[in-house]
Design a protein around this ligand. Structure first.
Ligand code: PMV
Length: 348
């Protein structure tokens, strides 16, 4: 019997509360610092991978549009990586990859984290899962697939797991270093919320890889950022175990500010923050003055984000929505790790 080499997977994106910024081995994509994130329910990439001997080349369909160039190159390279690790060869059939984000890609929220996590799981299931992959019952080793996902995008390793997730620091030359693991399941702290203020983006940002490599190469503040990370991870881990939002939020704010400070001190400086972003951060602190437990963070983009609880999420969203330049807000709960889904009769 010919096994179907076809599978569908989905993964949620994640937001780092202790930031990954900088690689200590760019070839193996190993992070120079440990990081910690919350997987976000409802900000999801769904990816179908079908290996087909009849295809002459890999095909990528991204949000319904056939896409070539750099995204296709990255997908092909990642499929080779997964095939080499799981079946021992890059001599694989070509693949048709269909991928859809359920959040607006144009708003700049598209995340390589959910994309590479979903691609890794779908490719692994298609290559090795047989009939179980088709039925959505493929069992996989999350830690092993996280190592593969990390090579596509560092933050993707964390989206293999749900809830609060740690990604360790890398050891240069060792591809299996920088392991990801779950600290707390999404159901263990269900009242956590992450509020996103969606700011319109005028120009394309510097990608995180370019931004962090340039920071590592030229910023005098990069070494202090790296030196501070282990204590941030320890404090955040203790805060999570104690369900202490204030302590966790304080670490999240300083980790984000130190990441941006190190990037802005690069030569030339990398500036992701816009006026609306900064006003958003001030709005979150103003809420806190009034007794609302909310703490900001911000990634390699302009959107202000706030960690809070279910009880305060609407107030935080309203405060961010009132910031000029914030177009709309999203409220995300803790989400699950990546998973295989049954193939629908029609292509996803
Ligand atoms: O994994 P990348 O290359 O998308 O980099 C992620 C960098 C940040 O989002 C800014 C921080 C993080 O830890 O996710």
């Amino acid at each position: 019997m010919i096994m179907p080499m076809h599978a569908l997977a989905e993964a949620n994106t994640n937001i780092a509360l202790v930031k990954y910024w900088g690689k200590n081995d760019p070839t193996l994509n190993l992070p120079a610092v440990p990081s910690l994130s919350l997987t976000l329910d409802g900000l999801t990439t769904r990816t179908e991978v079908e290996f087909a001997p009849s295809l002459a080349a890999d095909v990528l369909v991204l949000n319904s549009a056939e896409t070539g160039g750099e995204p296709l190159v990255k997908v092909s390279r990642h499929l080779d990586r997964v095939a080499l690790a799981l079946v021992g060869t890059t001599e694989r059939p070509r693949a048709r990859v269909r991928t859809v984000n359920n959040f607006p890609t144009a708003a700049g929220l598209a995340s390589s984290a959910s994309a590479f996590a979903a691609l890794t799981v779908a490719a692994a299931a298609a290559l090795t899962g047989g009939a179980a992959a088709t039925a959505g019952e493929f069992e996989f080793d999350r830690g092993q697939l996280a190592i593969l996902a990390r090579q596509g995008s560092g933050s993707a390793a964390r989206s293999l797991f749900g809830g609060l997730v740690v990604l360790g620091v890398g050891t240069p030359g060792q591809v299996h270093s920088a392991q990801a693991s779950q600290l707390l399941a999404s159901s263990d702290w269900p009242e956590l919320r992450l509020v996103i203020g969606v700011v319109s983006e005028r120009a394309k940002d510097t990608s995180s890889t370019l931004g962090m490599n340039h920071t590592a190469a030229t910023s005098p503040y990069f070494a202090p950022f790296v030196a501070a990370a282990p204590l941030d991870l320890l404090t955040a881990t203790q805060a999570i175990k104690a369900r202490d939002l204030t302590r966790l939020g304080e670490v999240a704010e300083r980790s984000a500010l130190r990441m941006h400070a190190s990037a802005m001190a690069a030569d030339p400086g990398v500036i992701y923050l816009r006026g609306s972003t900064l006003e958003g951060l001030h709005a979150v602190r103003a809420l806190r003055q009034r007794g609302v437990a909310a703490f900001f963070t911000c990634d390699a983009g302009p959107h202000p984000k706030a960690l809070t609880t279910a009880a305060d999420a609407d107030a935080v969203a309203a405060a961010l929505a009132a910031v000029p330049g914030v177009q709309r807000t999203l409220i995300a709960r803790p989400g699950e790790g990546a998973r295989v889904l049954p193939l629908s009769p029609e292509p996803a």
